[in-house]
Design a protein around this ligand. Sequence first.
Ligand SMILES: Cc1cc2nc3c(=O)[nH]c(=O)nc-3n(C[C@H](O)[C@H](O)[C@H](O)COP(=O)(O)OP(=O)(O)OC[C@H]3O[C@@H](n4cnc5c(N)ncnc54)[C@H](O)[C@@H]3O)c2cc1C
Length: 496
Amino acid sequence: MPDYDVIVIGAGNGGLTASASLAKRGAKVLLLERHNLPGGCATSFIRGRFEFEVALHQLSGLGTPEQPGPLRGLLGQLAVLDKIEFTEEDTLYRTMVPGEFEVTLKADRTEIIAALKEKFPDEADAIDKFFDLVWEFCMQMVSIFFMRDPEASREKYPIYCKYAIKSSKEVLDDYFKSPFLKLAIASYWGYVGLPPSRLTFMDMAMLLWAYTEFKPFHIKGGSQALSNAILDTFIKAGGYPRFNCGAKKIIISDGKVKGVITETGEEITCDYVVSNASTISTYMEMLDEKYVPDDKLKMLGSRSVGPSGFTIYCGLDCEPQDLGIDVSTQFISLNTDIERQFASWRTFDRPEMCGMSCYDVADPDFSPAGACQVAVINLQFADHWLTIPPSQYADVKYRYAQALLDIVEKVYPGFGDALEEVDVSSPITHLRYLGHPGGGFYGFEKFAKDSNLFIPPTSGIDGLYFAGAWAGMAGFQPTLESGVSAAKAIYRKMNK
Ligand SMILES: Cc1cc2nc3c(=O)[nH]c(=O)nc-3n(C[C@H](O)[C@H](O)[C@H](O)COP(=O)(O)OP(=O)(O)OC[C@H]3O[C@@H](n4cnc5c(N)ncnc54)[C@H](O)[C@@H]3O)c2cc1C
């Protein structure tokens, strides 16, 4: 008898939902996490009187009790829905180019269209047509992938087949003239980490549609509260979590998973492993080379690591309204050239855009009374950060942070003076805490050819499964769902 049915490596979103789902179904599960707390990206940390949210800017897919999204059902099944409270944001975002343009898009299709038409009356017709296309496209996609229409065909779903892997840029250029309008509609590009020229229409449309239909949410207590709640379900279902305990090797025998060796050299046997670590470290470090299937090596060689990020966690000694902050999520760009903004993620050049989330707008109790919390973020790849000598790291980090704060100051004068606590994370920070190559928290870059449409979900090794951003889509909703999918696949196999 093995020590456990399943060992899950990593307690990020995917690892947590895989563990909890399997334990609830009666499997004997060990969860190994290298860090000292659950969540991976979905964590928080404390500085002064603030508990800073590490990652979550907007939770997608939850929906309201009246119009539930897929995540509401999933969290209900994991018995975590009653343990946490969510706060709905009524606005998708405000996009602005300081001094030139700004528009605020509510989380409502009619209001989005009205706001855009007011700013761009000459393009009113195109705006209507574009949103018809986005909604029709998403309805077709839902029928194919979520309702699993057995008769899906090119003839039945022509809009989906025509547009799915077109670049967003191509579609935006077909429909619109104003670069400000294109910027406003494509503002979620940073959530995938690809500029419109490389972002599939499928991803851009899904983000707009899903956040509008199911609304963006924050979590009371931050994403750490969600991670803790899933862990609680796991423990109550009889699961065994171990923190400060990394996995070093996956043991294979006769072509099958047989166990895991921890970083302290302990050998623990099992029939199945779910890895929430990156596929790169799972195949290249945890498995002996002879067991890695050739097609997986080719796959790893053909893909590129996605971006990490640079975040300034700001604790302010004032309420949001004292600075005029009245929208939770904002994108500030110094120009409309998204391609250039994307290119700057590989350099220390002065940043030309940032995202900004103020958690206290939707949830005034998020921070202590009289204070609020803002995360200012710009994505960054890790390569140039890895070239900095340790002696210069702090200096480079704080100069880059100041350049981002200068952007915020253009829109909210006095922001810098209101700072009470500040901490900064760079790609190096994410690399250290997550252990992922390049500190990537979106996994691989999500070009069309690398999307889930073309990458087989199986590991090629009997008993090995993946959950998380490196084996599918990134973001809270997809990674939470990926763990449940891995658990279902294992459960089916266990009960064959
Ligand atoms: C700053 C930031 C902002 C973000 N904003 C949003 C947002 O607004 N909306 C959204 O949907 N998504 C957002 N994301 C992305 C989202 O947080 C991630 O895509 C998602 O949380 C990744 O989950 P995961 O399951 O892949 O696991 P991860 O969070 O990557 O965690 C993996 C876990 O595995 C552990 N691990 C790795 N190797 C080992 C090993 N050998 N042994 C044991 N443990 C190991 C790590 O310690 C870690 O805990 C953001 C992320 C960040 C960092």
